[in-house]
Design a protein around this ligand. Structure first.
Ligand code: CA
Length: 428
């Protein structure tokens, strides 16, 4: 027999969830300052002991936060009963690959002939794409590219229990606030009656359905495009792609503009301009930057501000990134991911690949990347915490060092740059 415990907590007046969530606005509404909360007692059973002390201690504390966030006691009891941490989630969350994957290798794995064929077929046989494109202004090819990368056109959605996955991440503590927010959002989806727990299946990180939306994104951004009264990103292609289009529209997608264009630059070009200013194509042209295919800019693109990038360094293909590229990065904030979506989209429209071939890139070990960062720091170019993640700080520091040494300042960490840095700084 289970005992009932009384859990004292503060419940704010009027914060119970509505029976069914309307898609909330892009930014959370500002609520008026609540009246001083009155302490009340609500009976809640503790979660069944999982055998994991850290998990159980977290679950007991989480109950109060979930109730305060508007989760009903009966829903909380039912969904937390018997919950245990998922060891697969813990393992995947701590995985740190030994070698970084070069962007060219990633893109070759992503932009494949098989995917191009499936995408072209879907583009031809899904009439709902025209209506989605019309409503949100996002080209169908971009939506198909997102769909391809997120779930293999809906085929690979993940079959893990999202409540258990995000509870495991919350208990681990590394990203507790984020994971608890996702857990509360998942509980709200169940509480609203829109979907049962059995429907909330996804990846180990809580990404669900054909769009791989995390629960908070589902609540804020998923749409019922097919009009059957339910936002079903698992089984309805129209809802899934409509929801992806809504996300990109909210992220600032500009109707009619490109996502990016491959460009070429003249000999002696100053590569320290990469990942730098946002300029119009005409301003870039004044520095000798031209479209690689030699075609003129569209009117819409001519008015846009674009950023120059060299994802594989000065020897590889170069791109002007339009604001729509950065909208794709609201889906997944990775340059390589957004390039992959855009290049797949180009294939779906029948365009070819890059004009300038990708160079042979060498994967760098974690030790090499960390050593390069320590060398930059030692030489007075601040690369930030030497964690082996070659992000904006590291690339900016590398460009400054390359420029100071009269090297091509593309911010690209090649094995040659690692060797030069190690030699100059006397590290490694
Ligand atoms: Ca629907």
């Amino acid at each position: 027999m289970r005992r009932r415990y009384l859990l004292a907590l503060y419940v704010l007046a009027g914060c119970a969830s509505p029976p069914r969530p309307a898609p909330p606005p892009a930014t959370p509404p500002v609520t008026a300052a609540p009246a001083p909360p009155a302490p009340v007692t609500v009976p809640v059973k503790p979660p069944t002991a999982s055998g994991d002390m850290i998990f159980d201690a977290w679950a007991a504390e989480f109950q109060g936060r979930a109730l305060a966030a508007g989760i009903r006691p009966d829903v909380l009891e039912r969904e937390m009963a018997g919950l245990t941490p998922d060891p697969r989630v813990a393992g995947l969350d701590s995985r740190q690959p030994e070698f970084s994957k070069p962007v060219s290798a990633y893109l070759q794995g992503v932009v494949t002939a098989d995917r191009a064929t499936i995408g072209q077929r879907r583009r031809a046989d899904m009439p709902e794409l025209a209506a989605i494109e019309e409503r949100y202004g996002v080209p169908r090819e971009i939506l198909l590219g997102v769909w391809a990368l997120e779930s293999g056109f809906g085929a690979i959605q993940g079959d893990m229990d999202v409540i258990r996955s995000v509870a495991t991440l919350a208990a681990q503590g590394r990203r507790r606030a984020w994971a608890e927010g996702e857990l509360i959002a998942a509980l709200k989806i169940i509480q609203s009656g829109e979907h049962p727990r059995s429907r909330l299946k996804g990846s180990w990180a809580g990404a669900m359905g054909q769009t791989q939306f995390i629960p908070t994104t589902f609540l804020s951004t998923a749409v019922d495009f097919d009009g059957d009264g339910r936002r079903d990103i698992w089984a309805s292609r129209a809802d899934a792609l409509g929801s992806a289009a809504n996300l990109l529209a909210k992220a600032g997608w500009v109707r009619g503009q490109s996502w990016a264009r491959e460009v070429v630059v003249p000999d002696g070009f100053d590569f320290s301009q990469t990942e730098g200013p946002q300029l119009t194509p005409a301003q870039w042209a004044a520095m000798g930057v031209k479209r690689a295919d030699g075609l003129p800019w569209s009117d819409a693109d001519a008015q846009a501000q674009a950023q120059l990038v060299a994802p594989a360094g000065a020897k590889g293909p170069l791109f002007l990134l339009f604001p729509n590229h950065f909208a794709i990065r609201k889906y997944n904030n990775s340059l390589a991911y957004a390039l992959g979506v855009g290049m797949l989209a180009d294939r779906f429209s029948g365009m070819g690949g890059v004009v300038r071939p990708w160079p042979q890139e060498q994967p760098l070990s974690l030790v090499d990347r960390m050593t390069a960062q320590r060398a930059l720091n030692a030489l007075g170019f601040n690369a930030g915490n030497p964690d082996g993640v070659v992000g904006m700080n590291t690339r900016t520091a590398l460009r400054a060092w390359q420029k100071a040494r009269n090297l091509t300042a593309d911010g690209y960490l090649s094995p040659e740059m690692v060797q030069r840095l190690k030699a100059e700084a006397g590290v490694g």
